[in-house]
Design a binder for this molecule. Sequence first.
Ligand SMILES: Nc1ncnc2c1ncn2[C@@H]1O[C@H](COP(=O)(O)OP(=O)(O)OP(=O)(O)O)[C@@H](O)[C@H]1O
Length: 380
Amino acid sequence: MSKLEVQNISKQYGNKLAVKDVSFTVDEDELFVLLGPSDSGKTTILRMICGFEQPDNGTILLNEEDITTKESAQRNIAVVFQDYGINPTMSVYDNIAQGLRFRRFPKEEVEMRVQMVAEMLGLREKLARQTRNLSGGELQRVAIGRVMIKDADLYLFDEPISQLDPTTRRRTRQEILMVQRIKKKPGIYITQDHYEAFSMANRIGVISQGRIQQVGTPDELVQTPANLFVARFLCDPPLNTIEGYIQLVGTRYYLRTDSLSFSFPPQWTPLLSRLGPQSKIILGIRPNIIVPEWSINTMGPAPRVMLRAQVIHSGPMMGRRTVLLRASQHTEFMAEFKDNFSIKDGQILTIAINPDQIFFFHPHTEELLNPTAQSVFSLH
Ligand SMILES: Nc1ncnc2c1ncn2[C@@H]1O[C@H](COP(=O)(O)OP(=O)(O)OP(=O)(O)O)[C@@H](O)[C@H]1O
């Protein structure tokens, strides 16, 4: 069974710690997405896996073999890089065939495989063309063809579709998933775009400043982000973050902000007493958990806090509506309503928020504090 195991790898360039103590595994048949902003260390990790860079520390195992110091040519890994790595002086056919010729495959087999890959990628008519005459989308498919033709132990894709238009992106994503299904080998896909990550990944590793922040399925990351960075990075429209204070009244803990106030259920008591009364806490409120007055009945028996807010601005967004609301002099919320009710700037609305769905983060470490992901408030 094919498996990639990356164990505690780090890489420093001068003063810059590009990758810090990164570990993850990718199973056979799994597409693992490394998701993070620019400069977070994604490409450096991939370059260490392919052998173009040596990690300062740590180990890389492929199929249980330690490949950390192995020459890149000795690693059976197929890669699509950001700049495609296509030779512009060669034809589409020769570019796709190159990897097999390099490994001295018989001519007939090369011919058969190139034809098969070209058929799958819709490149049959283009095989004789010089690659310098191709569009961005076609070049991309040639790059995928070059990877697809190989029988590698691992497939790597470094932001392969960032330059393409939305339609070609969708198509190319499907082609990459097809490679993955056919090859049944571990794959790593790098992107900065969380929509892309969610549409492709079995699991995602979110990375920032060279460190893996969290590894999980798309659902796990959205439902239980490990920290404020992950919650923010995956939220669009942006996550509302507001500061609150914990207050102890008798034996009961309360949350107070300048617009919200509610009591914590007993499950929170041990954690809140460790933080201490009067401590700060950061609330993360996703725009889509804010419920407008005309939909509050859809919340059923769920717990809720209600407040009044003024519409500052609203605008349609792909069948939904984003609304900027002012709940107090210092607190504005971005809300996202499903229903396309007419809303006027300046209008006063009642809104409801289910506190079960609010994220609470530590004021210094910014780690998620919620004791369990769901339903602590509803037990209250
Ligand atoms: N060979 C190098 N020499 C010096 N610094 C480097 C080198 N390679 C990468 N870096 C630095 O390491 C950091 C991480 O770079 P890396 O390319 O891995 O990030 P990335 O997440 O892939 O970014 P992007 O999404 O923009 O491609 C950056 O600050 C980069 O400047």
